[in-house]
Structures are given as C-alpha cells and as structure tokens.
Design a protein around this ligand. Structure first.
Ligand SMILES: [Zn+2]
Length: 293
C-alpha cells in the first residue's frame, strides 16, 4: 500500500517551488516580494515597531503552525514552501520566541485562565504527523525545553514508521508522548470536512481522537481541521467532541474566544528565514486579530 500523501493545510497562494507551470514572471515577482518583505521587516525591527506591537499583546497567544522541519540543505524539490522550515530556521525561531514570549502547550493555554496583563504567550504546533517532527524537530525542542503539540492524521500514522516513511508510526507516537509531546487529532483521512456529510465528518473526528488516545494513553481533546477548512456545522461537531479546535490564520488567540475556531499563524521557511522576518510575521498576525466581540 502506498503511503497516503496529504494535501496542503496552507491557505495562501503557491510559492516559487511550483515551477511545473513555468510561470517565471510569477517566480520573479515572488522573489521580489520576499526581498521587499525582508527589508520592511528589518526596518521595523530596527526602529522598535515590533517591540511596540508586542507590548500590546499581553494576554494574547500566538499559536504557530508548522508542518515539516527539514535538515539544512535537504532537497526541497516538490515540497510546497508552506510545508516546511529548515532545522536552523526552526532553532532560530525558538531562540527568538524564548526571548519575548512565555512558551507553553496548547492544552495548558486552554486550561489555565489568562489575565490581560500576562506576558504574550506562544505555542508550537505541527500538523499531519511527519516523521521529521520526531527526527529533526524533537531534538531541537528538547534542547530548548519547549513544549509542542502534534496533530495526527490516523491513516498517515497507520502507514508510517518505516525508515523510508514520510510519517511517524505508532511506536514513534508512543515514544514522543512519553517524552511529553502533546498530541491532537487531525481526522482519519485528511478530508475537507465541509465537503463530506456531517455524519462522515463526525466519524473522522471521533475515530482520529480514539486513535490518539489509544496510542498515548491520554485524553485527546485538541483538534486541527485539515486545510483549516471549517463551517458552522463542522465547528458545532468539533465543539461537541474536543475542548479546542484550531484553524489556520485569523491572528492570535485571545482567551475567552471561540474554542471551535482557534486562530493560528502559518509559518513557512521563506517568510521567516531571518529573525526580523519571523517577528514581522508574528506581529502582522497580531495586527490582523479581530477585536473581541
Ligand atoms: Zn493537515
């Protein structure tokens, strides 16, 4: 049986690696946009704009979405830019976060009441269950003593775990759970939940929750919608099964917000390779956070 391959969770347009279409004008435009982004980010970092915005972020939580963490200089042909960061980029992210944020787990954020005066918090999450989360990301997380949450797609884990697999296997999940990694559910087959019946959507959620619980021996009350795809009906189901369900985009989490639509910030290597760009990504997301209702 071939390993199932996930589609993307990202919601932004494809970046420069989609060269099959040979859109060289688009490629140059993307490159130019990155250069401009970097210049703006460095300028705003130098002039203290990032620090000023972060001072307004007390009582808020930046929940970061990662997928894969690749070894530096690993080939990236065929991997969408939105799907990976390199190890050194990831390490730089953790170093930057530890300087300015209180790093915690998603479960802790949802359990503990936060006060508006609390320092800004950050949470690291990974979607799908890629094997490099264990082989590349985990040693970095452990060295920095940073907690993380991994959302597992059951079918990928069932087919994973071999040396040539792209996904973790059941033994890998058990091991990381013992090391303190928090696991959430990400459906069985990674469908767009708004494209299937509510009955099927509920089945996808319940069965993936059961798999995570059977592997970790702990209650699984966190969920990530594949592709961030959700509507009112899907959110209602998720709310009846999980304590908290995360989407993609829509800024930072403000405790007291809708727990069936917890926002996250998508993190890509190309947009966050230098610390100023990473911080720009985070503060721009904070600026886009909708006001409380
Ligand atoms: Zn996914």
């Amino acid at each position: 049986m071939s390993t199932p391959r996930p589609s993307l969770d990202r919601v932004e347009p494809a970046g420069p690696s989609r060269r099959g279409v040979r859109d060289w004008i688009g490629l140059l435009r993307d490159r130019a946009a990155l250069v401009v982004h970097r210049l703006v980010a460095e300028q705003r970092n130098r002039t203290g704009a990032h620090e000023r915005i972060l001072r307004q972020a007390n009582g808020h939580v930046a929940i970061l979405t990662y997928h894969r963490v690749l070894e530096d200089r690993a080939p990236t042909e065929g991997i969408e830019p939105g799907m990976f960061v390199f190890r050194s980029t990831f390490e730089a992210h953790l170093t930057a976060l530890k300087r300015r944020f209180h790093l915690t787990s998603l479960g802790s954020v949802l359990k503990a009441p936060l006060s508006p005066s609390d320092a800004p918090m950050a949470v690291i999450t990974f979607d799908d269950g890629w094997r490099d989360n264990m082989t590349v990301a985990w040693p970095v997380l452990a060295r920095h003593e940073v907690p993380a949450t991994i959302f597992l797609t059951s079918d990928y884990i069932k087919g994973g775990g071999q040396p040539d697999s792209e996904f973790m296997g059941e033994t890998d999940v058990r091991r990381l759970a013992r090391y303190g990694i928090e696991f959430g559910a990400h459906t069985v087959s990674h469908p767009r939940l708004t494209n299937i019946s509510t009955l099927a959507a509920e089945e996808e959620m319940r069965r993936s929750k059961e798999m995570v619980e059977s592997l970790t021996g702990r209650t699984c009350d966190l969920f990530a919608y594949p592709f961030g795809d959700h509507d009112a009906a899907v959110c209602r189901i998720a709310g009846s099964i999980f304590r908290g369900s995360v989407i993609v985009g829509h800024g930072w989490w403000r405790p007291g917000g809708d727990r069936t639509r917890i926002p996250r910030v998508a993190i890509h290597d190309d947009m966050t390779r230098v610390p100023a760009m990473f911080m720009e990504r985070l503060v721009a997301a904070f600026d886009s956070t909708p006001p409380p209702v």
